[in-house]
Design a protein around this ligand. Structure first.
Ligand code: NAD
Ligand code: TYD
Length: 349
């Protein structure tokens, strides 16, 4: 039986990866390590929490000692590392948290794996990263695996730094690593501070929709289940030392996306056409706001046979339905500490 460590498994993408691995690989033991920050929620995993091949460990990857102890306890065969501080706006307000978790935390995991794996035969350290490390595109062009790193927010700088450390452990210590850089994800269980779930929640509650700047920034959206499928493929079939870009071939200008969302929400909520669009409120732009992200995913398509399975319209529809059907989840994750943070951030704008 192989034992796989998944970090950040109580978060948005991590919970989908944990579920996929538990169900698809009953002969793997899946250990989910998560600090349960505001973004980590075990409610994301209630359907699989009693699976015989699943264990949850509450731990902080910044705490080197407890990470070493966990590696000793379980003798992991592989690591899929998703734990991170993930929201750009929070990284602007509080960069140190990002440097600690995303950089130091990643190095702690690399060190623990190196110490624990004498012979690395059959072992794998898979680091999940973002396309934001490549910086910002103009109107044309796509990020490829060879695009030079040019991170511009504290979040993307911390992720870029962690990518560099992962590659350094590969080149220096022969650590069997693989990295993927993915575009913006959307889908069920995404914390309602990122664009889509925040706006869905605000429309439900008739609250303003804070569009940064003129809403002209472009993002390339991918359904989270397609990202989880790519992670499964790369974990099992990717080549050591390689990087794979993952993206949806699905670029949207923020304002266009928000208008489509408003239209669908009006229909689903039985409101007059145009009601949700009236909630749009243009607010001060994000500092250093990257203009455009878009991924060239041809390498993973050609080498591993991955393509996104869902059309965007279908993914968006499923996502909206999930939030409409899970109002208690939204209520639970946005209560307490988050409410205070959101009020402060919103009032500042
Ligand atoms: P998320 O914020 O929803 O979840 C992050 C998880 O990490 C949470 O469960 C949190 O509790 C945990 N965590 C945070 N700090 C920790 C610490 N110090 N120790 C242990 N656990 C800790 O993030 P997400 O959107 O699911 O992103 C997961 C990963 O994918 C991140 O590495 C992110 O950079 C990357 N990524 C995200 C996107 C996206 O669109 N969301 C796109 C590309 C890559
Ligand atoms: P976000 O979901 O924070 O992802 P990222 O910044 O990592 O791409 O934001 C997606 C886009 O939406 C980005 O261009 C910023 C914009 N945005 C808003 O206009 N208003 C908001 O309230 C949020 C959270 C984001």
């Amino acid at each position: 039986m192989k034992t796989i460590l998944i970090t950040g498994g109580a978060g948005f993408i991590g919970s989908h990866v944990v579920r996929l691995f538990i169900n698809k690989y009953p002969d793997y033991k899946i250990v989910n390590l998560d600090k349960l920050t505001y973004a980590g929620n075990l409610e994301n995993l209630t359907d699989v929490e009693n699976a015989p091949n699943y264990v949850f460990e509450k731990a902080d990857i910044v705490d080197a000692q407890s990470i070493f102890e966990l590696f000793n306890k379980y003798s992991f065969d592989g690591v899929i590392h998703l734990a991170a501080e993930s929201h750009v706006d929070r990284s602007i307000a509080n960069p140190m948290e990002f440097i600690n978790t995303n950089v130091i935390g990643t190095i702690n995991l690399l060190n623990a794996a190196k110490a624990s794996w004498g012979n690395t035969e059959g072992k794998r350290f898979y680091h999940i990263s973002t396309d934001e490390v490549y910086g910002s595109l103009g109107e044309d062009g796509l990020f490829t695996e060879t695009t030079a790193y040019d991170p511009r927010s504290p979040y993307s700088a911390a992720k870029a730094s962690s990518d560099h450390f992962v590659r350094a452990w590969h080149h220096t210590y022969n650590m069997p690593v693989v990295i993927s850089n993915c575009s913006n994800n959307y889908g069920p269980n995404q914390f309602p501070e990122k664009l889509l779930p925040l706006f869905i929640n605000n429309i439900i509650q008739n609250k303003p929709l804070p569009v940064y700047g003129k809403g002209e920034n472009v993002r390339d959206w991918l359904y989270v289940i397609d990202h989880a499928a790519a992670i499964d493929l790369i974990y099992h079939k990717g080549k050591n030392g390689e990087t794979y870009n993952i993206g949806g071939h699905n670029e949207w200008k923020n304002l266009d996306l928000i208008k489509v969302l408003c239209k669908i929400m009006d229909q689903k909520l039985g409101r007059d056409s145009g009601t949700s669009e009236k909630l749009i409120s243009y607010v001060k732009d994000r500092a250093g706001h990257d203009m455009r992200y878009a991924i060239d995913a041809s390498k993973i398509q050609k080498e591993l046979g991955w393509t996104p399975s869902l059309q965007f319209e279908e993914g968006l529809d499923k996502t909206i339905d999930w939030y409409l059907e899970n109002k208690a989840w939204i209520e639970n994750v946005t209560s307490g500490e988050y409410q205070k943070y959101y009020q402060e951030q919103y009032e500042k704008r």
